[in-house]
Write a protein of this length. Structure first.
Length: 397
């Protein structure tokens, strides 16, 4: 990849961290008439390695997803939001504009729901496997990239390798990039994600990759996640994953996390790759316990609210967190929530001339799903650009 292309893609999709956002918003308040113009992206790169940070899982969320209906696994139906009313708590006397809240802008909360097979079925899961995520060598990455280039019918003309930045950093996994004869280029992040950029034939690549991941004729199922920038411009991610309707819920959740392709903004395909190690089962905490942790101001993620105890819970689901920097690929509860004062914040931040009445806010919080007694054994982490994205009660004092 040319140096200018690498630089542009390094900066593409960067979203400011909580600390950076606090300082910036304070500075903006001091400047007359300035408007916040932060654009949310699910893709973040470190400056040296251009490594991938998904919205999944997931990952989505970068996930609460739409449950597949009786028409078959390929047909998704959007359920009504399951809203948990906020407890009766006296709101803070501070005006909401003074709080540096962070959330996704949508026109309908269901735009964030997706199609997670565990939606509405959390009580069925009491244990799930956790997978080690070892740091690969350059040779292991080159072998995997060559394998996938052959699968996709691509010919590599040149490569660049970027080593890991450290065991306990966001850039834990090394990145191997490659240019191809058809003008596309590949980026392999660790052994977890393979992104394809600038492909002239995305449809063929997606179909080929899904067939290879499935290997047994599993049905493709789709979901679409839509959010909006402060300019009112829409961002959308289409996710296709392989669902076996006869498989157990745990097996379906595995497919949802590791047998999927994300199509981001029509310019990038990201293939989520299965773990390279066997999993070990761990007991799960309950969804109620995870929500209690969120309300007690102990949660992870790039979204932030100063008053989680007042939030309305829209949906709680379970997914594997495969975001960058994970030493273990483990399940997390994904909590979608909203605040009744976010419409006011949206009106103050969106660009002049935008009709803000059509928009509302939805936040996403993550809580580790494995029983907390195993936290030291399989530590959980989630990064957000320049640091750990972990909110604790001390952050609210």
């Amino acid at each position: 990849m040319k140096s200018d292309e690498h630089y542009r893609n390094t900066l593409r999709g960067l979203t400011p961290s909580h600390a950076w956002r606090n300082a910036t918003l304070e500075a903006m308040k001091a400047a007359q008439g300035n408007k916040a113009r932060l654009r949310r992206r699910p893709l973040a790169y470190t400056a040296a390695a251009a490594v991938l940070a998904l919205a999944v899982s997931g990952g989505i969320w970068w996930s609460g997803r739409m449950a597949a209906g009786p028409d078959g696994p390929g047909t998704a139906h959007t359920p009504q939001p399951v809203i948990t009313p906020a407890p009766e708590i006296t709101p803070s006397p501070e005006p909401p504009e003074s709080q540096n809240e962070s959330f996704s802008i949508v026109t309908d909360p269901s735009q964030m729901f997706g199609n997670n097979p565990a939606a509405g079925r959390l009580e069925e899961l009491t244990r799930l496997p956790v997978y080690e995520n070892p740091i690969p060598t350059e040779g292991e990455q080159r072998a995997l990239l060559a394998q996938w280039a052959e699968v996709l019918g691509l010919t590599i003309t040149g490569t660049d390798w970027y080593p890991a930045q450290g065991e306990d950093t966001m850039g834990r996994e090394p990145t191997l990039e490659a240019e191809c004869t058809d003008g596309s280029w590949l980026s392999l992040h660790g052994l977890n994600f393979l992104s394809v950029y600038n492909s002239p034939d995305q449809t063929r690549l997606e179909e080929t990759a899904l067939a290879y991941l499935g290997k047994s004729g599993l049905e493709p199922t789709q979901e679409n996640i839509e959010t909006f920038a402060y300019t009112s411009e829409k961002d959308s991610i289409q996710v296709t994953w392989l669902k076996d309707p006869d498989a157990s819920l745990a097996e379906q959740l595995y497919s949802y996390g590791f047998q999927r392709i994300e199509n981001t903004y029509g310019s990038r395909l990201t293939i989520c790759l299965p773990p390279t190690t066997g999993g070990m089962d761990y007991p799960l905490r309950t969804a109620e316990d995870a929500v209690a942790s969120f309300r007690a101001r102990d949660y992870w993620g790039s979204d932030y609210t100063a008053y989680p105890e007042q939030a309305e819970i829209l949906q709680v689901t379970l997914e594997y967190d495969v975001s960058q920097g994970q030493p273990y690929l483990q399940p997390v509860y994904r909590i979608l929530f909203t605040q009744n004062y976010w419409d006011t914040i949206i009106a103050s931040r969106m660009d002049d001339g935008v009709d803000t009445s059509a928009f509302t806010g939805v936040g996403t919080a993550y809580v580790p799903a494995v029983d907390p007694q195993y936290q030291d054994e399989i530590p959980y982490r989630r990064y957000f650009n320049d640091g750990l994205a972990h909110f604790t009660p001390e952050d609210f004092s």
